[in-house]
Design a protein around this ligand. Structure first.
Ligand SMILES: [Cu+2]
Length: 143
């Protein structure tokens, strides 16, 4: 969705626009320019995560797909205190205090958030206690 923008060719424009978006304090179309994508696939009771090194204070989009025939949960303490937007089946929920997202068999969800502190953030399935994964947040300068 965001790839049609030429953010890489003109990085100064995106950083200016992004700074405005942050300054105004709401999610604007401009945030799509710098959205960092994380793909999580749940298959055979395992989280398979594809992520780029995530930068702090930049919008993160987490795409979760459940390929199993049972319900799973994507739960993490990373959502605590972080404004989070969850989109699933055309319904968008938002807030700063969610604990996780349930995914029905073959279901999918999108989570949008921004994280300000570096570290490893564990996520897990509350239904199957041995299912665990990790998001890695790095304190890397924007290129
Ligand atoms: Cu599960």
């Amino acid at each position: 969705m965001s790839t049609r923008y030429r953010s890489r060719a003109r990085p100064w424009i995106s950083s200016v626009v992004c700074a405005w978006g942050l300054a105004l304090g709401f999610l604007t179309q401009a945030d799509a320019l710098t959205e960092q994508r994380v793909e999580v696939t749940i298959k055979d009771f395992t989280f398979v995560t594809k992520q780029v090194p995530l930068q702090l204070n930049m919008p993160i989009l987490i795409l979760i797909r459940n390929e199993d025939q049972v319900r799973h949960d994507f739960g993490s303490s990373v959502f605590q205190g972080n404004p989070t937007e969850v989109e699933s089946d055309g319904v968008i929920s938002y807030g700063s205090g969610i604990q996780g997202v349930f995914l029905n068999p073959t279901g999918a969800a999108m989570i949008r958030m921004t994280i300000g502190r570096p570290g490893r953030y564990e996520f897990k399935c509350s239904i199957h206690q041995n299912m665990k994964g990790e998001l890695l947040l790095m304190n890397v300068e924007a290129v």
